[in-house]
Design a protein around this ligand. Structure first.
Ligand SMILES: [Zn+2]
Length: 532
């Protein structure tokens, strides 16, 4: 007898064609049959009248590689209908950790992970393959597609120092990248605002990406600039794609800062033109107007160099603070920052900052915004997270429907049950995919349900080269989500992010129910996907 029969669903099959009514039969981990299956039976029958069944959503940019080891059930992600996440992003993967620089790399990565509420079991792995085996042993509720981080590789070969790589160092980095690909990575990621990955020149990136492309790997990039220098940064990503032939994904697309809003259209235009010229390039986004990162990212680029101790030294040196203040007014990311749009979302040592804007906190302290930022970073040893409202909703409306656009959370898996004073994480970790369906599809009608589902599934799977997922078709993996198109809605807000989305009723991962009747079943039927 078959395992699951979904009856009378409205099937949005991931191809982008209009939904049709039908039944779906699942056997083991596979979709067996689709159609009018009146005589079929199964151990479990789901009456899906009035509901939409889609392939499980694919999160094109996710940092769950750090949350899965401590929360393998990935609750906030599965409650969005996500069944596969692309991890190892922004140049920051948890492996490889070769012996010679192991502690240094872990310390560097840990700085960005203060949102997590449990210790990462670093001792479980060294190589990339060992990390993936650890996930398999642990059991996880979603599938993962993994990337190896160029920042992690560079740190493991060269430490966190700036400067060019020598030919020997390049050879070592290439060897690490190829090794990770052979052990399961789908490609390389870069995070070109985060040291030490950001120290790599375009030429260095091309040299490294070339060997990745030769192995059939992808290139995902948090590009070098998302505000003033957005167009140059997109051009760099295109150049890397053109010269290496790697498929390129520009991650979490945005034009940040009011004065850069007009660049969104131009940047997407550059990507379109590159596609026309034969470069394999696309992009993804999360559907919010605020970004989220560590507060330290507002410092001038030079002031973020050298690692934590060096940065703290600068923050306690008045002349360095003066220079930072000047540079923040004149250049880089900080120039376009509006301090009344920078929300502190958490700091383990100063929970009273949580939920307040930098402009208010500075005013109360009788300081300028820059003075407050320097003092707060110093006092907390850089452990402050922010949400920064820097994007235009008008741009978001155009971006969601753009033909090169797929979707992501740029988040991690969290559980809504947790300490009340914890970090107000960005709502995208709970609401990104439901928000597309409720806000942009149902309310604003900017794209049809089938288009949105196609971007979340079939189109994303194709980008990743996943031949066995992303569509509802006999023989493909049974990753399915059943939702109520009238009720689906994100509930997470900036002030109260730890809330699951509504209307996502059933989530099936490799034929097993991970969400049933809107509740996580505890099933850990996700797998580490490999390139086919
Ligand atoms: Zn990023």
């Amino acid at each position: 007898m078959s395992d699951i029969l979904i009856r009378r669903a409205l099937i949005a099959d991931g191809t982008g064609t209009p939904p049709f009514e039908g039944d779906i039969l699942v056997e083991g981990a596979i979709i067996r049959q689709i159609g009018k299956l009146d005589t079929a039976g199964a151990k479990k029958i789901i009456d899906a009248r009035g509901l939409v069944v889609a392939p499980g959503f694919i999160d094109m940019h996710c940092h769950a590689d750090f949350s899965l080891p401590v929360l393998p059930t990935a609750d906030s992600l599965v409650h969005q209908g996500i069944t596969t996440a692309v991890i190892g992003q922004c140049g920051l993967s948890p492996a490889p950790l070769p012996d010679q620089k192991r502690d240094e790399v872990i310390a560097g990565l840990s700085g960005i992970l203060s949102e997590l509420e449990a210790e990462i079991p670093w001792h479980e792995w060294s190589s990339f393959g060992e990390y993936l085996s650890f996930l398999t042993r642990l059991g996880i509720s979603i599938n993962v597609v993994s990337l190896v981080g160029q920042g992690t590789i560079r740190a493991s070969v060269m430490g966190f120092k700036a400067g060019r790589s020598t030919p020997e160092q390049m050879a070592l980095m290439q060897r690490e990248a190829i090794k990770a690909l052979k052990e399961g990575a789908f490609g390389l990621s870069t995070g070109l605002i985060y040291p030490p990955g950001s120290y790599a020149s375009t030429d260095e990136l091309i040299e490294l990406t070339r060997v990745v492309a030769r192995e059939g790997g992808l290139y995902f990039s948090h590009i070098r600039g998302e505000s003033e220098t957005l167009l140059d940064a997109v051009a760099e990503a295109i150049q890397i794609g053109r010269e290496t032939k790697a498929p390129v994904q520009v991650s979490h697309f945005k034009a940040a800062g009011r004065e850069n809003w007009s660049k969104s259209k131009e940047a997407l235009g550059l990507i379109e033109r590159a596609c026309d010229e034969g470069v394999d390039i696309a992009t993804d986004m999360y559907p919010y107007t605020a970004g989220s990162t560590m507060l330290v990212a507002v410092l001038p680029e030079w002031a973020q160099e050298g690692g934590k101790e060096v940065i703290l030294g600068r923050l306690s040196d008045p002349s360095a603070c003066l220079k930072m203040t000047q540079d923040m007014r004149e250049m880089g990311f900080a120039r376009s920052v509006e301090w009344d749009r920078v929300l502190i979302t958490g700091s383990p040592r100063h929970t009273e900052y949580r939920g307040r804007y930098v402009s208010e906190l500075a005013y109360e302290a009788g300081q300028t915004a820059q003075e407050w930022v320097f003092a707060a970073l110093l006092e907390t040893e850089l452990q402050i997270h922010m949400a920064i409202f820097a994007m235009s909703e008008d741009n978001r409306r155009q971006e969601v429907k753009h033909p090169v656009m797929t979707f992501c959370t740029d988040g991690m898996g969290f559980s809504a049950k947790g300490k009340s004073d914890r970090t107000l994480t960005h709502p995208r970790s709970y609401g990104a995919f439901p928000r597309i369906l409720s806000h942009y599809v149902r309310e604003e009608r900017l794209l049809s349900l089938e288009e949105a589902v196609h971007k979340m599934t079939g189109m994303a799977a194709k980008r990743l080269g996943l031949k066995d997922r992303g569509l509802i078709k006999p023989g493909l993996a049974a990753d399915l989500v059943i939702f109520d198109p009238e009720r689906v809605k994100d509930k997470a807000s900036y002030e109260n992010p730890h809330q699951y989305a509504e209307g996502i009723l059933e989530v099936i991962v490799n034929g097993k129910s991970v969400v049933h009747d809107g509740t996580h079943t505890g099933s850990r039927s996700g797998i580490v996907l490999s390139r086919t």
